[in-house]
Design a protein around this ligand. Structure first.
Ligand SMILES: Cc1ncc(COP(=O)(O)O)c(C=O)c1O
Length: 440
């Protein structure tokens, strides 16, 4: 077998993205502007309809899809702004699965609130095998201080939101909405908390743009399921703007979407009540600073990449699904457990392919990773549970299912630059490695 070199997740950038970036650079408008606004509307249309080709420049669609999605410079910023709009701060608790990337938890800490970790179900969800929160533990973890729970649609597989909404509804009586009208942000957050009237469901969908699940009897795309959602467009994600992310939310009774959208704009641009585009109008130099806030807006150069990625996105998802089918076949042959990305009622965004090799130690897992790397195949581990990390430094024995899930886990390369021959090679190397080690 001739050696190949397989990287883990390079970005898939075509000449279309390159040409659109060049046009943005030549246009004279490179920071947040028309391309960012168009990307926001197209993402809103995609989340609502599953279609990536709706013309979002017509007056009807401008009206329909504006003020629904805010593009930002990362998912971390998107999650933090989701929590800030919700008024999450010191004294509040936010429930986070122990099995996720640090950003899910660090955004909570940036807001001054306390992270409460919850373990995952043993071996993950019984059907998809996704390392999903233990919902009984979630229910127990809710106190009168809990303001939000952050489910993570890990690998692109959508959590059981019917179950999550049931739990937060059942615990409604414990919820004490913020009642602070002293600043515009506190006032908006108080009205949002009162309107939602329970612990908010704030989805971390960093991996899950385009994923869907039947929820409350209806197929819904991620972004149209939880109260608030954050997406990542980082370079390793299915859909990229190099760095980047977006926030979206479900309509909130009694609060206008345009008011919420405006607050995201303020929070992401220093609290300044006129952005650069608005200030270009004749005589419109003067602005106010509403709050001493943050700087995390998306630029039109990033949005240019996103617009052309979105044109290609359904094709990219399809290619990922084909690779998953090949991986499923080899893992089933070898008796290796893997994520199930497409099952009744759930369609994943095919982001990560996690496998768990039965009856191996952590040292054997690491040896497999090394041996595959020696053969040119880069793999990864998603994730080392957060309580094991220095920054969180918790007693790991409180999260046994997370540790157990992690100890024999390997993530195979899954991206759209893989050729059929590359995928066959990865399958062969996996098979050969576990056979050589007498494992499967
Ligand atoms: C689960 C999860 N949440 C949040 C993030 C943060 O994304 P970003 O790098 O866009 O801030 C990541 C990034 O990999 C992630 O995997």
């Amino acid at each position: 077998m001739e050696k190949r070199f397989i990287s883990f997740s390079p970005p898939d950038i075509s000449e279309l993205e390159i040409a659109e970036v060049a046009e943005a650079l030549r246009s004279g408008w490179i920071t947040t502007g028309p391309r960012t606004k168009l990307l926001e509307r197209r993402l809103a249309a995609y989340i609502e309809t599953g279609k990536t080709d709706l013309d979002c420049t017509t007056p009807d669609n401008i009206e329909k899809y504006s003020n629904r999605v805010v593009c930002l410079n990362s998912a971390t910023a998107a999650e933090e702004l989701n929590l800030r709009i919700l008024g999450v701060g010191p004294g509040d608790e936010v429930i986070v699965p122990a099995y996720t990337y640090t950003a899910t938890a660090s955004a909570v800490i940036h807001c001054g609130a306390t992270v409460k970790f919850v373990d995952i179900q043993k071996d993950g969800d019984s059907i998809t095998h996704m390392p999903e929160m233990d919902y009984d533990a979630l229910e127990k973890a809710i106190t009168e201080k809990t303001k939000a729970v952050i489910p993570v649609d890990l690998g692109g597989i959508v959590c059981d939101y019917d179950r999550i909404f049931d739990i937060v509804e059942r615990k409604k009586d414990l919820f004490k909405p913020l009642n602070d009208h002293s600043t515009p942000l506190a006032d908006l957050a108080s009205r949002i908390q009162s309107s939602i009237g329970r612990v908010a469901v704030v989805c971390d969908a960093a991996h899950a743009l385009g994923a869907s699940r039947v929820t409350a009897g209806k197929k819904k795309y991620v972004g149209a399921i939880a109260d608030f959602t954050s997406f990542s467009f980082h370079a390793v994600k299915n859909f990229t703007t190099a760095e980047g992310g977006a926030s979206t939310w479900l309509p909130i009774e009694g609060v206008d979407n345009s008011e919420i959208y405006k607050m995201y704009q303020l929070l992401s641009l220093h609290g300044q009540n006129k952005d650069a585009l608005a200030k270009t109008k004749i005589g419109a130099w003067e602005y106010d600073i509403i709050g001493p806030w943050y700087k995390c807006n998306m630029t039109d150069i990033m949005a240019a990449i996103g617009l052309r990625q979105l044109d290609r996105y359904l094709g990219l998802l399809g290619k990922r699904e084909q690779i998953i089918k090949k991986y499923d076949a080899i893992c089933d042959e070898l008796g290796i457990s893997h994520l199930n990305h497409h099952v009744e009622g759930i369609d994943s965004s095919n982001h990560l392919y996690l496998i768990r090799i039965p009856s191996i130690t952590i040292e054997q897992r690491n040896e497999i990773i090394e041996k595959m790397a020696e053969q040119g195949v880069a793999t990864n581990v998603h994730y080392k549970p957060l309580p094991m990390m220095t920054a969180y430094g918790k007693d790991c024995s409180e999260y046994p299912n997370s540790y157990d899930y992690y100890h024999n886990l390997i993530t195979l390369p899954l991206h759209t630059l893989l050729s059929d021959e590359d995928v066959d090679y990865i399958c062969d190397i996996l098979k050969q490695t576990v056979k050589d080690m007498n494992i499967c």
